[in-house]
Design a protein around this ligand. Sequence first.
Ligand code: ADP
Ligand code: MG
Length: 554
Amino acid sequence: MSDSGVVAAMVGRARELVAIDRALHAAAAGHGGLLLVSGEAGIGKSRLLAECARRARGMGMAVLSGRAVPHTGPFRAVAEALVPVAPPALAADPRLLVYRSALGQLLPGWPVDAVADRRLVDPVVLLGEAVLELLGVVATPVGAVVILDDLHWADPDTTALLGYLGGRLAAARVLLLGAARDEVGGTRVADLRGHGNARILPLPRLTAAEIATLARERRVGLSADAVDAIVRACDGLPLLAEELAEAMEGAADETGVAVTASPTLAELTRQRLDTLPAAAREVLNLAAVLGDLDWQVLAAVGSWDEHELAPALRAAVNAALLVSDPAAAGGLRWRHALTRDAVLTQLLPPEQAALAHRAAAALDRGAVDIDRLPEAAELYAQCGRITDAAALLLRAARAAADAGALGTAEETLRRALRLSSAVDHALVVELVRVLGTTGRIDEASALGATILGVVDGERRVNLCLHLARTAVAAERWGEAGRFLNPVAGLGDPRVDALRAHVALGQQPTRCRPGHRAGSRCRRGRRTRRPTGSRVRGPGDRRSRLAARRPGRLR
Ligand SMILES: Nc1ncnc2c1ncn2[C@@H]1O[C@H](COP(=O)(O)OP(=O)(O)O)[C@@H](O)[C@H]1O
Ligand SMILES: [Mg+2]
């Protein structure tokens, strides 16, 4: 099904379908890959993905589908695709045993029993291999296709994962098919597009003849003049062609709607909104700001009961602003993402701010689900509650970092820092921790140094510990010692333990614990270590990894 929920005959796209058929057959023969459909909103990306899903099912392949949405937790699209085929019971499959903890990052109910292990290698590699193994398990003998829509909204960890998988699918029976707008998504989608392993399928606008066919199919009995008017007005964009064809329904002069100064989608949407009763418009306005059509969420946020909500939503479906979709949360979705945008643009800024405040406060009151923290934060930002927004983004970033989604954690923190006019020290301390964990030592040190002189108390201790641990991970013992100096003598056991660790690290290499060389060394140094000390030797790999593990020190 497309964004609009309309499952109508496919028009044109012969060249693209040949490329997709080829990619499907190659995957079925064990030569998978990553294919990215790209193009502007309303051009037909989702429609093409739906056609691909239909063809893959026809070939007997397993079809897994997910979509990215703005302002959610990491890996949303991939998780949505995998969850239906990977119930917790599958974690017991012997082929997945070593990966089940990594998969626990994505799949609710899966055990996360060896969190430390995923730090032993690059988290992207571990998760990529885990997903690859899982896909091998759930694929049919003909293979699997993973269809991920709206990747322009994907988080950086998802795009890193897809980039990695793209390089590993050449010998797998798996086709990864994504779609992304080319006008949004910024450098991240550009990165994915520019990834050596991704093949790009750009979607051009439809030809006049194709638009004419589409318009006639959507509205049987259109006059030749009306079809011409639609062809001229929509300029090859199928979404606009459909909207125009529908807008002509019941119009006295059916060409009139299309001819009036090239109507935009926003204008057509506004016309539909105007036909709704006030109560339905109110519901849609809140839904547009909230970005959610789950009626239970809407009922809670808007303080409506189902007797008020149901007729309002029915009216919006009848006006083709919403469509019924059993796959969506609550069974409804916007006709197209641009329909929601159009509803938003007809609200005045103070109206939007008031609705955003109402929505954010309701979400926040209800102990926001971790995945919805960024969404609630954005709503606070929209109504100018920057401190509340930053606090939620900090929680979201910590949750992402603890789940190993370090790219998302960094991006979330930078977003929060951009929002705040004054430097928020809690955000900086957390960003130092994240940068240190990703091994960007110089960046972490430079950033930490900017606030070291102005923070105090627990925050100062945490900052020094993050900086020192980052330096320890790089075996820069002198630097680590200097970072700990300002908080030495406070009696904090974490500081004392790390100072002992650093002191050991500063000893000559051959004399460090774990070094198996000469007996002189063992005799000479070991006796100097305080009895009962459980500090691991700095040459010990586990020690270095433990020092880099996030979530331990805040
Ligand atoms: N080739 C096509 N044939 C028939 N309908 C199409 C075609 N391309 C797009 N559409 C219709 O146009 C509308 C917008 O397409 P959609 O796939 O949702 O766009 P996108 O995902 O690129 O934003 C949908 O209702 C879709 O069914
Ligand atoms: Mg789409």
